[in-house]
Ligand binder design. Structure first.
Ligand SMILES: [Zn+2]
Length: 256
């Protein structure tokens, strides 16, 4: 069982270690810690190194982008340098979290500049992208064809047409399913998932601070819900989504 998107750095010790021990006992085999901003990268990298099967991504989350062009340029310069020095690392498995957010963050123009730079770096280093998109799906569509080494749209909560657009965008595009699928009455998401093959899904806990659910058991619950929607068993979902994560992020194969 691989947690394809987990902001483990947002948890504090000793809770973090205790929860991780419980998660590994429950069958966790690996996880990916996404990048948020330059000052967070060393912690993401260190934590990934401490977790069995731990990988990390380098990127600037749209919420963490500066509000001015100069600030964003400086952040992107730091990202370029960080990618260069970590480019051979087995634990650097993806670029991101990056993308577009129509609700929070700087102007969409600045966000698009940053997203384009992430795509260029991922293409340059042969890495997949961890993509965030909130109320910006139209703008997102124009960027997806530029991605060369696959991507995951994490925290998917969209409609069936959007899911199909994501699947059509790249042969290695994946849809990340998190706690949203557990919310009762989320029929739009359930409908969208019915027509997404299990071979294109990933499971993720995202932010462990959401607090609404028991974090230690959350990934298994998400897998069980996906199994119910896809009319299969939970073991099959766990096994297939793990294979999918390794397919999208081949460097994980060396550490899981
Ligand atoms: Zn995230």
């Amino acid at each position: 069982m691989i947690d394809s998107h987990c902001h483990l750095d947002l948890l504090a010790e000793p809770e973090r270690s205790e929860l991780q021990q419980a998660r590994y006992r429950a069958g966790l085999k690996g996880l990916v810690i996404p990048g948020l901003e330059p000052k967070q990268w060393p912690l993401a990298k260190r934590l990934a190194g401490q977790q069995p099967g731990g990988g990390y991504a380098l990127g600037i989350h749209p919420w963490y982008l500066c509000n001015d062009a100069e600030g964003v340029a400086s952040q992107l310069e730091q990202l370029g340098k960080a990618c260069e020095s970590a480019s051979e690392s087995r634990q650097l498995v993806a670029i991101g979290e990056c993308g577009l957010d129509g609700v929070k963050g700087p102007s969409l123009g600045l966000q698009q500049r940053a997203f384009g730079a992430h795509i260029d770096l991922a293409n340059q280093y042969g890495l997949p992208l961890v993509v965030h998109s909130v109320k910006a799906n139209k703008a997102l569509q124009s960027w997806l064809p530029k991605i060369r080494h696959g991507f995951m749209l994490h925290g998917f909560y969209g409609s069936a047409p959007l899911a199909q657009q994501i699947l059509a965008a790249h042969e290695r595009s994946f849809i990340g399913i998190g706690a949203a699928v557990l919310r009762s009455g989320n029929n739009k998401l359930v409908d969208a998932l019915i027509d997404v093959p299990l071979e294109r899904l990933l499971i993720e806990t995202d932010d462990p601070q959401h607090g609404q659910y028991d974090f230690a058991g959350l990934l298994t619950r998400i897998a069980a819900k996906v199994a119910e929607i896809k009319d299969t068993n939970v073991e099959q979902v766990i096994q297939q989504t793990q294979q999918n994560a390794l397919s999208l992020m081949p460097r994980l194969r060396n550490i899981v």
